[in-house]
Write a protein that binds this ligand. Structure first.
Ligand code: RUQ
Ligand code: CUA
Length: 765
């Protein structure tokens, strides 16, 4: 009988097996009940206990994972595997206003190529900045494999600050990795191409096509790459791949592997065998060793040539100066991972079952003794493979990347074809454990695994396929990151996390306590450039300035109003809304969107951001706050009026709306009195407690005090209006007084709850 899904269900029902759907636990169930109902084993419960993070709990590590084709970085916590943020890097992202505010449009535009706007990227390898080889949590770098670019993210606010375009490559893959003090970021080319921007026929592949490795100079103080001080070392037209920097004894060197050293060019449409056939002929490819410290000196000494205005050290110079060597490696290698002590480099060949451990000491001995096995067609000395190796070990089919444990000599290698992780000892050459993963693992990552002091504990397997692991959502499946406990002798699979954003490549994880992000900006801050914004505004100083057909709005945002609320311009004008968020309170972000103009800002506390609108069409366009920030968020609104050219403004101003009387005003006063009673009781409670011992509460109290000051201001206004018997304005300002009270009460109640939940003590009655 052919087993169909239908009769499987029938069989399951007959056997009394409950299918997952329809099984639900009750709140009063015991642990045993829940385990039974959900079919959980004790091992599952143990795994759950290792990852589950109770409400309000924090993670021990923070991971920065490549977001693949989304052009973003995914930030998540370990061990909870809760996603915390997407950092938009190469791709616009409306929630964060990235690619929508004028400031971030400039960041994205740094990544334009040949005047071509490029709004997608393929993020592969993030790298955290290091100090003395340890992660310092200051900056994050990543490459874009689709277009040869590197981006710099500042971890003080988790925003992308810079994108640099490689001046000589046409593709890349081997980036980003950093030197132990983050003075350079490496980017290796992938597919050979002319370093110039000319057309060169493929018949001249061997002569005119080239690979290369770029060393981007990083200015730690400014937090930016300095293109003028960066340089490239020319490489033969092999396809350079992953790279890593040396450390300890190997500091000063970089290692970049390659494939297709056959230099085969396909042409299947002309009956030639395809690339894949010609690119895997030989048993070995080469990894390239570059003495980058010496290379930097040579460039400084003027030994580089300018190509596209960029310093390039030729192969000839590199060979003559003794800074470039080739070491044979198993064919089609992928990983290149230097050990924490800098003494070994582990490489795996995708088409070989071995992981190869190279000894830096042996390699240096060979170079010193000029003991070479030969030269490649470009004159680069080739070392003897056997003499360079510490050992080789068969670890499984399709080994790719290797990560280091905190325990000496212990590593983990991803095994793509077998869908496994192999744990092994690289000092002695012994396989210790194998674990099945789901499915087809690419990279893997241990905690602080690229640093000189890996932290061990957890391993994340970044899998290329998820297949049957999650509820089906159509032909395009989520990706699967699997969390593995590596603290014991045997690896234990803890958790599957679907990632519905892009293909996972590499990730890096850092101890959460090392990261020190800010919670607010200085008021009037241009976060994309990290300078004071030239169009910032302060409360009461909001204005609209016309300069020809350009209209600059110096506006502010604060719960729950936008200033100004009405902006009238002429058709054909360009309007710049420079919006400053005046809030000091944590997490009080306001959005700013203008209907029908593709404009949205995310304005976090202190930030100033600019929405540019070209008023092509006359009409009425509401603008509003696009972030649910307060009870009167929907009322956080305004009008952009675009009048046809030459039309006079309507002098009568906005219509009055509902008319109010003295009775209405009195009604408002009664509400104000009632609300003030609530506030007084909350304030009484808070001040009776040792609230100053709780930092978040102190911040809330400050915020509430601000709101009460605004309330006092509105009170003066309604009283003044009432004195003049202007019941209209008296009633409206009284309502505004009440609004500020509500905000103060809301904040006060939040503080009260916090104190209650955190066991504050009574200090006075
Ligand atoms: S990739 S799965 Cu690093 Cu771009 Cu190896
Ligand atoms: Cu501000 Cu909604």
């Amino acid at each position: 009988m052919k087993l169909s899904f239908k009769n499987m269900v029938a069989a399951a029902t007959v056997l009394g097996v409950s299918l997952a759907a329809g099984v639900s636990a009750n709140a009063q169930d015991t642990l045993q009940d829940v385990m039974k109902k959900r079919g959980l084993t004790e091992k599952d419960i143990l795994s759950a206990a290792k990852t589950y993070t109770p409400t309000g709990g924090r993670d021990e590590f923070i991971a920065f994972a490549s977001g693949g084709q989304s052009g973003q970085i995914i930030v998540y916590g370990i061990p909870s595997m809760r996603i915390l943020k997407y950092i938009s890097v190469f791709t616009p992202e409306p929630w964060q206003g990235y690619g929508f505010d004028e400031e971030s449009k400039k960041v994205l535009a740094m990544g334009n190529m040949n005047d071509q706007e490029i709004t997608w990227g393929d993020v592969h390898h993030p790298a955290i900045s290091e100090t003395n080889g340890e992660y310092d949590g200051r900056y994050l770098f990543t490459n874009d494999k689709a277009n040869p670019r590197i981006a710099v993210i500042d971890l003080h606010d988790f925003e992308t600050k810079q994108i640099v375009v490689n001046p000589v490559f046409k593709s890349n893959h081997g980036g980003a990795f950093v030197t132990p003090n983050t003075d350079y970021v490496i980017e290796a080319a992938q597919y050979p191409a002319p370093l110039t921007n000319e057309y060169v026929p493929l018949s001249q592949f061997n002569e005119k096509y080239r690979g290369g490795v770029t060393y981007w100079k990083f200015d730690r103080k400014k937090g930016r790459i300095i293109p003028e001080e960066s340089f490239t070392v020319e490489m033969p037209p092999y396809s350079q791949d992953l790279s890593d920097f040396g450390k300890g004894p190997s500091d000063g060197w970089s290692f970049t592997n390659s494939f297709c050293t056959e230099r085969y060019v396909g042409g299947i449409e002309n009956g030639r065998p395809p690339f894949e056939a010609g690119c895997s002929q030989k048993d070995t490819d080469f990894f390239h060793m570059v003495n980058w410290k010496k290379a930097a000196e040579l460039v400084k000494a003027g030994k580089a040539n300018k190509i596209n205005g960029h310093d390039v050290l030729s192969i000839d110079t590199a060979v003559k100066e003794g800074i470039l060597y080739l070491v044979p490696e198993p064919k089609s290698p992928h990983g290149m991972d230097v050990s924490p002590d800098g003494k070994f480099m582990i490489v795996a060949g995708k088409l070989d079952t071995h992981a190869s451990v190279y000894s830096f000491e042996k390699i240096m001995g060979l170079i010193k003794a000029k003991d070479f096995a030969g030269k490649d067609p470009y004159g680069i000395p080739i070392l003897d493979m056997k003499k360079s190796l510490h050992l080789q070990l068969s670890v499984g089919l399709g080994p790719l990347h290797t990560q280091y444990d905190s325990k000496p000599c212990i590593v983990y290698t991803s095994i793509y074809v077998d869908s496994q992780v192999t744990k092994w000892n690289y000092c002695e050459g012994k396989v210790l454990d194998k674990l099945n993963i789901h499915y087809n693992i690419g990279h893997l990552m241990t905690m602080e695994g690229d640093s000189v002091k890996p932290k061990g504990k957890y391993l994340v397997s970044m899998n290329k396929l998820a297949i049957d692991r999650f509820n089906p959502v159509g032909p395009l499946h989520p990706q699967n990151h699997q969390l593995i406990d590596i603290s014991g002798d045997k690896m234990q699979l803890l958790y599957d996390m679907p990632i519905p954003l892009g293909e996972p490549h590499y990730a890096v994880a850092i101890a959460a306590e090392t990261l020190k992000p800010i919670i607010r900006y200085k008021v009037g801050w241009n976060s994309r450039e990290d300078v004071k914004h030239e169009y910032r505004s302060r409360p009461g100083r909001e204005k609209v300035v016309r300069d020809g057909t350009n209209v600059h709005v110096y506006g502010t945002l604060i719960r729950s109003h936008i200033t100004p609320e009405i902006v009238e311009v002429e058709q054909g004008d360009t309007v710049y809304f420079h919006m400053t968020n005046l809030e000091r309170a944590q997490d009080q972000t306001h959005g700013f969107a203008v209907d029908m103009h593709n404009a949205n800002l995310s304005v976090e506390p202190g930030k100033t951001a600019t929405a540019k609108i070209v008023a092509k069409n006359a009409g009425v366009f509401p603008y509003f706050c696009s972030e649910f920030c307060s009870a009167l968020h929907l009322e956080m609104q305004g009008y952009l009026l675009v009048k046809p050219k030459g039309t006079k403004s309507d002098a009568s101003g906005p219509s009055v709306g509902t008319k109010y009387t003295e009775a209405d005003y009195k009604g408002e006063l009664a509400t104000i009195k009632g609300t003030q009673d609530v506030i007084n009781s909350v304030v009484g409670f808070i001040t009776s407690q040792n609230y100053t011992d709780f930092k978040p509460v102190v911040a809330l109290v400050e915020d509430a005090t601000d709101q009460l000051n605004f309330a006092a201001d509105a009170e003066k206004k309604h009283k003044a209006a009432a004195e003049k018997k202007d019941w209209q304005n008296a009633t409206l300002w009284a309502q505004q007084h009440f609004q500020y009270q509500v905000k103060a009460a809301d904040i006060g109640l939040r503080a009260k709850t916090y104190l209650e939940e955190h066991g504050s003590k009574t200090v006075k009655k």
